[in-house]
Ligand binder design. Structure first.
Ligand SMILES: [Mg+2]
Ligand SMILES: [Zn+2]
Length: 270
C-alpha cells in the first residue's frame, strides 16, 4: 500500500453535475426547489424535496433510474481504478447523501474502490420515501463559510488524526466547490490539492494562495483529472522509491555505463 490517500469530493468532481440538482431538475421539481431555497438550508430542503417527489407519485425506483443517468466522464472511472491499482487509498467527502452516492457508484462498478464515504445519511422509510439528514447537527457548524450540516474540514482533520498512527501519508484532495476550501486549508506541506479550474474552490484558492500549504494542481475535465492525478501519484511513488535506494549504491558504486544524470520527476504544470 502506498502512503497516498486520495480524497474526492463527489458532485461536479466525480460526477459532472450536482446530484441534488440533477434529481430535482430531472424529476421536474425545479420550480418548488427554487421557491424554497431562500427559506431553508440546502440539506433539509433536499429532505423536503424527496417528500414532494413521493407525494407526486415518484418511487425510489424512479429516483434510482434517474441517478443512473447522471453523467460521469469515462476517464474519471479509469482514473479511480488506476489510482487504486497504484496502491492509493481512496475516500469520498461529499455534501450529497449516501443513497445518491452509493447508487451512482454501484451503477458504474466503483463501490469497492473506496474505503470510506463521508456524507449526509439517508435511507428509504417505511412509506418508500427517501429521507435525507445532516452529517452533523445543524447548530454545531464551526465555520460560516461551510454549510451548516457539513464542515468538510472537520472530516479531513478526523482522517488525518486516524491515519497519523500509520506513518507518513500524503493527501491529494480533489474538489470544485466552496465547501472544499475549508478541507483545503487543513492540508499540509507535501499534500496536494486539485481544484477544478474556474469553479468556486479554484477561485477561493486563487485569491488566497498564501493560506494554502498544499501544492496546487488544477484540472478542467475528466481527461485532465486523470492525467494530473496519475502524474502526481507517479511522482510521489518515484520519490518514495528514490528514498529507498541504499546510500552506498547512490554515492559509490554507480557503474560507468549508467553514470548519467538521473531523470528528474517532472512537475505537473499549474
Ligand atoms: Mg462538488
Ligand atoms: Zn469548515
Amino acid at each position: 500500500m502506498a502512503g497516498i490517500v486520495v480524497i474526492f469530493d463527489f458532485d461536479k468532481t466525480i460526477i459532472d453535475y450536482d446530484s441534488d440538482n440533477w434529481v430535482v431538475d430531472e424529476m421536474g421539481a425545479t420550480q418548488l426547489f427554487d421557491e424554497l431555497l431562500p427559506t431553508m438550508p440546502w440539506n433539509p430542503l433536499m429532505d423536503r424535496m424527496m417528500r414532494e417527489l413521493h407525494s407526486r407519485g415518484k418511487t425510489i425506483e424512479d429516483i434510482v433510474e434517474c441517478l443512473k443517468r447522471a453523467p460521469l466522464h469515462p476517464r474519471i472511472i479509469t482514473a479511480i481504478k488506476s489510482a487504486h491499482a497504484l496502491g492509493c487509498e481512496l475516500r469520498i467527502v461529499s455534501d450529497a447523501n449516501i443513497f445518491f452516492i452509493e447508487t451512482i457508484l454501484k451503477h458504474h462498478g466503483l463501490m469497492d474502490y473506496f474505503t470510506e464515504i463521508n456524507t449526509n445519511p439517508s435511507y428509504v422509510d417505511e412509506e418508500g420515501k427517501l429521507r435525507i439528514f445532516p452529517y452533523h447537527d445543524l447548530t454545531s457548524s464551526p465555520h460560516s463559510s461551510c454549510p451548516p450540516n457539513m464542515c468538510k474540514g472537520l472530516v479531513i482533520e478526523r482522517i488525518q488524526e486516524t491515519l497519523a498512527a500509520e506513518g507518513k501519508k500524503r493527501f491529494i484532495y480533489l474538489g470544485d466547490g466552496k465547501g472544499d476550501f475549508c478541507p483545503t486549508l487543513k492540508l499540509r506541506e507535501g499534500d496536494y490539492v486539485m481544484p477544478r479550474k474556474n469553479f468556486p474552490l479554484w477561485e477561493l484558492i486563487s485569491s488566497n494562495p498564501l493560506l494554502v500549504k498544499a501544492e496546487i494542481h488544477e484540472w478542467s475535465d475528466g481527461e485532465d483529472l486523470e492525467r494530473v492525478l496519475l502524474q502526481l501519484i507517479n511522482n510521489i511513488l518515484d520519490q518514495e522509491e528514490a528514498q529507498m535506494i541504499p546510500v552506498d549504491y547512490k554515492f559509490h558504486t554507480i557503474p560507468i555505463s549508467t553514470h548519467e544524470p538521473l531523470p528528474k520527476a517532472l512537475p505537473v504544470p499549474n
